[in-house]
Design a protein around this ligand. Structure first.
Ligand code: NIG
Ligand code: FE
Length: 411
C-alpha cells in the first residue's frame, strides 16, 4: 500500500517519550509518502520517492488535502462496563459532587452493580459498540481497566472481556487490573478486609496473564496513599506494572506516590502539586491527562499541562472513557479540551496521543509513530494541515483508518 502526496504527514518520529520542546515537534513532512508492506511501515519520505514502488503496489491512496497521523492511542479507559449513568446528569447540574454521589451508593458503585449482573457476553457486546466508535474516530490501540467488579469473579469477567475484545476486534486492547477503584458498601467499616481481598486477587489475575498493569484510585474519600502503596507494591511482586489514578479532585499526593513506586504513568492530576509534578519528572513517570473528564466534572480547572511540559514531564492524553466522568470514545473530543482547556499546542497534542501515549502503556517501540519498522496503524484525516484538525472542532474528521496495514474505516 502507498499513501502518496500527503499534504501534512505527522510522523511523531522517535521511539521514546517526549517532553519540553521536543513535545512541540511532531516531525511533520510536507508532501510526504508512506510505503506499507503487510502490517509494517517500510519507508517514509518526501516528494516522488514513492514512484519506484508503483509497480508492486496493490493500493494507492492520495494524500492531497489530508493530514496523516499515527493511529491514535487511548492509554486510559474504563471500556468494559454495563449500563449508563445519564441519571446523574441532573444531580451534577444541581452541583451535587462526584464523591458525594459515590458515597451515597451511586457513581462507580451503581456501575459495579450492573456489571456484576451482566454476563461475559453482555459485557463483550456493550464494549464492542464502544470500540467500534473509537475506531471510527481514529483510535487503533486502547488501554482498558477493570474495576467495576470489586470481587474476583467480576474482575475476572471484565479482564476476560478485554482478552476476547483484543482477539476479535481490530483495535488492540491492553489490559489493566484496577482492584482499588471504589470501596464496596459492605466494607465501609472494614477497609482493611477489602484491601486484603483485593491483594489476594493479584496472583489469580497475574497467573492467568489477564493484565499487564495494576491501577488504583488514590483520592480523598476513596483510597489513601498508604492503601494504594501497599496494593501496587503487591502487584509489582507479580510483575504487574503500576499506574495511579491520582489527584483527580484533591491534591492527595497521588503524583508523589507514582514517582515513589516508579509507576509507568500517573493519571488525571488535575490537582497535582508542584512537588507532585517534580516527582513525575524525576522518576520518568508519564502524566496521562484526561481533559474531557475535567470538563465533564465541571471542577472549573484542568490539569496543569503547561507546567508539566515545561518541567520535563512527558504528557500523554486519553479519553478516560467511562460511564460516570467521561462518557465519550472520541480522542478528537480530547484534542479540543487539551487545546482550549489546557493550552496544549497541536503538535504537543498529537505527540501526547501517539508516541507519549504508547510510552504510557509500554508500547513505544512498536506503535505511536510513522517510521520504518513500526506497525502500520495510521489515520488519514480530512484536514489540510494539523492546526486545521484542532481548529475545526466538534466533527469527526476521519477519512480512513488503517490498522495492521489494512483499511478498516473508509469514509
Ligand atoms: O477515571 N476516577 C475513577 N474512575 C473513573 C470514573 C469511574 C466512574 O465514575 O464510573 C475516572 O474518572
Ligand atoms: Fe479513569
Amino acid at each position: 500500500m502507498i499513501i502518496k502526496e500527503i499534504d501534512c504527514l505527522v510522523t511523531c518520529k522517535g521511539s521514546h517519550k517526549k517532553t519540553r520542546g521536543d513535545m512541540n515537534d511532531a516531525h511533520i513532512i510536507e508532501n510526504g509518502y508512506i510505503i506499507i508492506k503487510d502490517d509494517v511501515i517500510v519507508e517514509v519520505g518526501q516528494g516522488d520517492g514513492y514512484k519506484k514502488h508503483l509497480n508492486d503496489c496493490d493500493k494507492l491512496i492520495d494524500g492531497k488535502g489530508k493530514t496523516v497521523t499515527p493511529g491514535l492511542i487511548d492509554p486510559h479507559t474504563h471500556l468494559v462496563y454495563s449500563g449508563s449513568r445519564e441519571k446523574e446528569l441532573p444531580l451534577k447540574l444541581n452541583k451535587v459532587g462526584y464523591i458525594e454521589i459515590l458515597n451515597a451508593g451511586g457513581g462507580i458503585l451503581s456501575t459495579v452493580e450492573n456489571t456484576k449482573k451482566a454476563s461475559l457476553q453482555d459485557l463483550v457486546n456493550e464494549s464492542k459498540t464502544r470500540l467500534d466508535i473509537m475506531l471510527k474516530y481514529g483510535t487503533t490501540t486502547v488501554e482498558s481497566k477493570s474495576g467495576y467488579g470489586l470481587d474476583l469473579e467480576t474482575e475476572l469477567k471484565m479482564l476476560n472481556a478485554n482478552k476476547i475484545l483484543n482477539e476479535s476486534h481490530p483495535i488492540d486492547v491492553v489490559s489493566t487490573f484496577m482492584g482499588l477503584h471504589a470501596l464496596p458498601a459492605e466494607f465501609k467499616n472494614d477497609r482493611k478486609e477489602f484491601l486484603k481481598i483485593a491483594k489476594k486477587m493479584i496472583p489469580e489475575i497475574a497467573n492467568k496473564n489477564l493484565a499487564e498493569f495494576i491501577d488504583c484510585f488514590c483520592e480523598d474519600g476513596v483510597f489513601s496513599v498508604e492503601e494504594c502503596r501497599e496494593f501496587l507494591e503487591e502487584g509489582k511482586k507479580f510483575n504487574l506494572i503500576p499506574k495511579v489514578h491520582g489527584d483527580e479532585v484533591e491534591p492527595m499526593g497521588g503524583a508523589e506516590l507514582a514517582g515513589e513506586v516508579k509507576a509507568i504513568s500517573a493519571e488525571h492530576l488535575i490537582a497535582a502539586s508542584d512537588d507532585g509534578i517534580k516527582a513525575l519528572a524525576d522518576n520518568n513517570v508519564v502524566a496521562v491527562l484526561l481533559p474531557s473528564t475535567a470538563f465533564y466534572l465541571m471542577v472549573g480547572s484542568f490539569a496543569r499541562a503547561r507546567d508539566m511540559i515545561e518541567n520535563g514531564v512527558a504528557v500523554a492524553l486519553a479519553t478516560d472513557c467511562n460511564p460516570g466522568t467521561s462518557p465519550t470514545e472520541s480522542m478528537q473530543a480530547v484534542m479540543t479540551f487539551a487545546a482550549f482547556g489546557m493550552r496544549m499546542f497541536p503538535e504537543e497534542i498529537i505527540n501526547a496521543m501517539t508516541i507519549n501515549a504508547a510510552a504510557a502503556i509500554n508500547r513505544e517501540r512498536e506503535i505511536g509513530s510513522i517510521e520504518e519498522n513500526k506497525k502500520a496503524d495510521i489515520v488519514i484525516f480530512n484536514s489540510k494541515n494539523l492546526n486545521y484538525l484542532i481548529y475545526h472542532f466538534g466533527v469527526n474528521a476521519v477519512d480512513k483508518v488503517i490498522k495492521d496495514g489494512k483499511i478498516v474505516v473508509e469514509n
